[in-house]
Design a protein around this ligand. Structure first.
Ligand code: SAM
Ligand code: DTB
Ligand code: SF4
Length: 346
């Protein structure tokens, strides 16, 4: 009789084989959750969750055709496009997020890549949010070397750039870029010394093998992404994937648990899709090793449970807020002093 499952290694590894990962996914659920909790507790306080808040700083009209996204100009979703927000307006939203309990602020733009003329405003947003003491994250699409350096010098803590699905399923979801484009930007971000936030979406009609492939692609990167968002598709009418079947809650929890085991020191984020999840399902995800959620009424453009509901759930589960800058896998991104700074003059 097996009383205890095989414990997984609790230190990061980068040589996961398909057989091993399939083995993790298909073990009995209780064994999987036990292993995930064991790995989780080796590096994190199991009752701490990071509260992050999103803001869409530039909405809609995107030239890419990601089949899940209501912000693509290729699909008629009824979403109104808008220009890049003013820096002051972004900082005012960040302050509200902080007052509401968020310790991390993630700014997203519906761009294929930023325009150089927008970089000064984007960097001012980073500096302003950082000065409030929150962790900063941005997701702006593909980056050039120069843009990457500018973000790093502004002190950006994390750059979010998802691989979204397996390399094999990628061209069924997106035709305007290839998987390697994503890897190239991730490499730039990593080499510049920023922390990487990279994950994907489930419930897009992918096979079990695609969920295996996606986690292998993430965990076998030269460094584990310090932050791994697992999104449940928020289906929108008008997008090619708007009618996809939801993944069963147990399969979703398995995805979180396997991500936790494969990337033991990373913050695993229970990201989009909480609006459609029961409290019990979310509790299962925390048990599986998720330790961050997006708070607030809205994600970027779609709805989220909101503070009233979340506060009750968080209290019911006895969860506490994780302090900013305590991710054990992340490094500090100090930013470059302004040219007139005393140290810079040396
Ligand atoms: N345009 C940039 C990009 O794609 O990298 C940044 C913004 S984009 C909205 C950020 C991420 O949000 C995507 O990579 C995808 O993983 C996620 N996302 C977008 N639409 C979603 C949806 N309907 N459901 C779940 N996740 C979604
Ligand atoms: C991530 O993986 N999920 C967040 C964040 N990174 C940028 C975005 C979720 C977006 C969900 C659809 C929307 O609200 O527009
Ligand atoms: Fe554009 Fe990002 Fe949406 Fe793709 S996911 S259509 S790149 S905003």
């Amino acid at each position: 009789m097996t009383i205890y499952p095989q414990f997984s290694e609790t230190e990061p590894r980068h040589n996961w084989t398909r057989d091993e990962v399939e083995g993790l996914f298909t073990q009995p659920f209780n064994d999987l959750i036990f292993a995930a909790q064991t790995v989780h507790r080796a590096h994190f306080d199991a009752n701490e969750v990071q509260f992050s808040q999103l803001l869409s700083i530039k909405t809609g009209g995107c030239p890419e055709d990601c089949g899940y996204c209501n912000q693509s100009a290729s699909f008629d979703t009824g979403l109104k496009a808008s220009k890049l927000m003013q820096v002051e307006a972004v900082l005012s939203e960040a302050q509200k997020a902080k007052d509401g309990g968020a310790t991390r602020f993630c700014m997203g733009a519906a761009w294929r890549e930023p325009k150089d003329r927008d970089m000064a405003a984007v960097c001012a947003m980073i500096k302003g949010v950082k000065a409030m003491g929150m962790e900063t994250c941005m997701t702006l699409g593909m980056l050039s070397d120069d843009q990457t350096t500018k973000l790093r010098d502004a002190g950006l803590d994390y750059y979010n750039h998802n691989i979204d699905t397996s390399p094999e399923y990628y061209d069924k979801v997106i035709s305007t870029r290839v998987f390697q484009d994503r890897l190239d930007t991730l490499e730039r971000v990593r080499n510049a010394g920023m922390n990487v936030c990279c994950g994907g979406i489930v419930g897009m009609g992918e096979q079990d093998s695609d969920r295996v492939g996606m986690l292998m692609a993430l965990a076998n990167l030269p460094e584990h992404p310090q932050s791994v968002p697992i999104n449940a598709l928020m289906p929108t009418t008008g997008t090619p994937l708007g009618q996809s079947d939801e993944l069963h809650p147990v399969e979703f929890a398995r995805m979180i648990a396997v991500a936790r085991i494969m990337m033991p020191k990373s913050v695993v984020r229970l990201s989009a899709g909480r609006e459609n999840m029961s409290d019990e399902m979310q509790a299962l995800c925390f048990l599986a090793g998720a330790n961050s959620i997006f708070v607030g009424e809205k994600l970027l453009t779609t709805s989220n449970p909101g503070k009233t509901h979340d506060d009750v759930l968080i209290e019911r589960l006895g969860l506490r807020s994780m302090d900013a800058h305590t991710n054990p896998s992340a490094h500090e991104v100090p930013g470059k002093p302004a040219p007139n700074h005393a140290d810079a003059a040396e």
